[in-house]
Design a protein around this ligand. Structure first.
Ligand SMILES: [Zn+2]
Length: 273
């Protein structure tokens, strides 16, 4: 099933969601000549402002859009697209409208591979979980001959994505992040939500991004309002580049129209080249 252009589309909730677990993958496939697109549901205006003189709550959406544009340039991928939804409110967005927008983009870009969050949204962030749901539904509906006339403006030609991958962290990685024996967590609404790891046997796909770790780090550094000027690693950034967990990115194949791998894959386009 050869295709002249391999197209990878990533769909996440916020600017910077792409950076930690998929920045290397986006850069690698772009460098190899694939068309790589990133879509985010929001501009991340509910995020914090780690460097106060860089943004105000009023202009944070524009600032974070520019940060994501910076990151996409560094990865070497197309400029980002936005669904224009409000950060923090995705669970109450009109789902038919959101899925319709996503289906329209899928039918336009015609990716063979789509990557998004898994069902746990890494740490249960409700926007991440909404994005997972929309992407999973859009995977099916983009291939449906129905035009969804209420939601779409004339983009009726169906497109079947071949594979849908979920970005996941391994249990070993989670164990490595824990401090004082406590599971690592992210504070949300005043409550520490544990980061969820996957058992190794559920990880179908491991992408070696070791040649792209500098690019990945520079992409992360574009998100200054979120990570500060020293990024998250400060003086140990050079060491981070050598860490095995920074040099590979892990996925679980969630839907496939081209079969299932018998052993761990090292390429999102396996079966498609
Ligand atoms: Zn996020």
């Amino acid at each position: 099933m050869a295709s002249s252009t391999l197209t990878l589309m990533a769909f996440f909730a916020h600017p910077d969601d792409e950076a930690f677990g998929t920045g290397g993958t986006l850069a690698k496939y772009a460098a190899e000549g694939c068309d790589v697109h990133l879509v985010t549901a929001t501009r991340g205006e509910a995020g914090e402002i780690v460097v106060p003189d860089l943004a105000t709550p009023a202009n944070l959406p524009q600032v974070r859009e520019q940060e994501l544009r910076c990151a996409c340039e560094i990865y070497g991928i197309y400029p980002p697209r936005f669904l224009d939804y409000p950060d923090g409110l995705l669970p109450i967005i009109h789902q038919g409208q959101a899925v319709g927008k996503l289906v329209g983009i899928i039918r336009e870009l015609k990716p063979q591979v789509l990557i998004t969050f898994g069902a746990d949204g890494i740490y249960g962030h409700y926007d991440h979980i909404a994005v997972h749901r929309w992407a999973t539904i859009a995977f099916e509906l983009a291939a449906d001959a129905d035009c969804f006339p209420d939601q779409l403006d004339g983009v009726c030609e169906p497109h079947q994505i071949s594979k849908l991958y979920f970005r996941v962290l391994s249990e070993e990685r989670i164990a490595g992040m824990s401090e004082d024996g406590k599971p690592p967590s992210v504070m949300m609404d005043g409550v520490p939500f544990s980061i969820v790891g996957q058992p190794r046997e559920e990880i179908t796909t491991v992408i070696d991004v070791s040649h792209y770790v500098e690019t990945k780090l520079r992409g992360l550094e574009c998100h200054v309002t979120q990570v500060g000027y020293d990024n998250l690693f400060g003086e140990s950034a050079k060491e981070v580049l050598q860490e095995p967990w920074f040099r590979e990115e892990t996925f679980t194949l969630g839907r496939s129209r081209v079969g299932w791998p018998e052993e761990v894959e090292t390429d999102l386009f396996a079966q498609l080249r």
